[in-house]
Design a protein around this ligand. Structure first.
Ligand code: UDX
Length: 437
């Protein structure tokens, strides 16, 4: 099938490459000329495992093309995916200017019936506004255009696998034509047994938000338990192990630590809250989830201060700067949040990350970036584990300790075992587990 993808961010680029991989003819378009010329030359705008190989292979197969010109991407297509950014406005609600722009581009350049698919996370009700834009721009074609919602559930760092082997595909539409076209589009996956859930558009839009908010709630629940365990002398890792063994609860997303970051959960929860309030339900649970998440950074700051007394002039090393492992994305990263707080208190902050150093430096010019974790730790008064990259969880602890001025580790992701840290002679402060002095 002939498909256009508007927007080549994390969602758009992965969607384009994986749809091409399923055998479709995909043209991806973006306003950013530099990004598009980079992609045409096989250069990725961000790090995502497996993506570069897929883009290069699908470009070579001729099924994947990139252009800045919607007039090149849209004529003749059956399906258009809107994958543009929906950044938060000052009040927390999503800014949908780019979604309106994408709808306009599709309408102006369409040459026949198109199913227009919202892939970006948008507030419920957006489909109606997209439809109105299409009708205003192209009253001639509007009756043949269908709007659908097909929210993505892909995680950064695992985005290619999440797209090619998803837990489920969610399709929201209001008529059979749209469902029929999208069923054909995803047949290569559903034929292999991937479940397809068909709903109304409003249900699909709410379901996407409901999933992200629930994941955030699980993380905040674990972080609230961590605070309680610290007071009770209990171990949160064991508490969530017990919880996770209950099939009704499940073990995923119960890791206590520095809290959630990234460009999805931190912006989707307030957007869901605003949407809900606008419709007349306050949803106070969501505000509490956000409060607990912010408090996770306060808890880490308190541990660092307790261990180091005054922070002025102390050399503090952050291991991991990305918001999670296997990505170079530092947007709303808890590590950078912590770096800003420590710098404001007068500490010297040195960061190491296998991929995210340049992005972190861009956001915080005062942050010193080291090339490897051991040189970063030279003369350090404290190491804070912020992101659980494999490289960081498998560090040589004795070598690390030999580099440090004071052997203090604050484990913001609970990656080390207290017995190992005690054996190595560290002062060790995990999150929600007993400290070792
Ligand atoms: C998320 C959703 O998982 C995905 O389905 C959706 O489509 C987009 O948003 P992503 O932003 O890539 O994906 O990150 P995710 O893996 O969900 O992690 C979010 C944050 O939560 C990270 O900062 C991570 O470190 C943190 N986290 C995750 C925890 O603190 N504890 C956990 O147990 C799990």
């Amino acid at each position: 099938m002939k498909v256009a993808v508007i927007g080549t961010g994390h969602v758009g680029l992965v969607t384009s490459a994986t749809l091409a991989n399923l055998g479709h003819e995909v043209c991806a378009t973006d306003l950013d000329t530099e990004k598009i010329s980079g992609l045409q030359a096989g250069r990725m705008p961000y790090f995502e495992p497996g993506l570069e190989e897929l883009v290069v292979a699908e470009t070579a197969s001729g099924r994947l093309k990139f252009t800045v010109d919607p007039a090149e991407a849209i004529p003749g297509i059956e399906v258009a995916f809107i994958c543009v950014g929906t950044p938060p406005r000052a009040g927390g609600e999503a800014n949908l200017v780019a979604v309106e722009g994408a709808a306009r581009d599709i309408a102006r350049n369409a040459t026949g019936p198109v199913v227009i698919v919202e892939k970006s996370t948008v507030p419920a009700g957006t489909a109606t506004l997209v439809q109105r834009t299409i009708t205003r721009e192209r009253p001639d074609l509007a009756p043949m255009m269908q709007i659908a919602s097909n929210p993505e559930f892909l995680r950064e760092g695992k985005a290619v696998a999440d797209s090619l082997e998803p837990d489920r595909i969610l399709l929201g539409a209001e008529n059979e034509t749209a469902f029929e076209v999208l069923r054909r589009l995803y047949a290569p996956l559903t034929d292999k047994g991937v479940p397809l859930i068909e709903t109304s558009i409003a249900t699909a839009e709410i379901a996407k938000h409901a999933c992200n908010a629930f994941l955030a709630m699980k993380i905040s629940y674990a972080n609230a338990l961590a605070r309680l365990c610290e007071l009770a002398g209990a171990d949160v890792k064991d508490v969530v192990r017990v919880m996770g063994a209950d099939a009704r609860i499940g073990p995923a997303f119960l890791n206590a630590g520095l809290g959630y970051g990234g460009f999805c959960l931190p912006k989707d929860i307030p957007a869901f809250e605003r949407l809900s309030a606008r419709l007349g339900y306050e949803f106070p649970l969501l505000a509490e989830v956000e409060k607990i998440n912010a408090h996770a950074i306060d808890a880490a700051m308190a541990k660092i201060t307790e261990a180091l007394w005054n922070l002025e002039g102390k050399r503090i090393v952050l291991l991991g700067l990305a918001f999670k492992p296997d990505t170079d994305d530092t947007r709303f990263s808890p590590a950078l949040n912590l770096a800003k707080r420590l710098l404001a208190e007068g500490a010297d902050v040195i960061g190491y990350d296998p991929q995210a150093g340049p992005n972190a430096k861009n956001e915080i010019p005062d942050l010193e970036i080291a090339d490897d974790p051991y040189s970063a730790s030279s003369g350090a008064h404290c190491i804070v584990v912020c992101t659980e990259w494999d490289e960081i969880t498998s560090l040589d602890l004795s070598r690390l300790k030999a580099e440090m001025a004071y052997p203090v580790v604050v484990d913001g992701r609970n990656v080390f075992e207290p017995e190992d840290m005690a054996r190595e002679g560290f002062t060790y402060h995990p999150m929600g587990r007993p400290s070792i002095a």
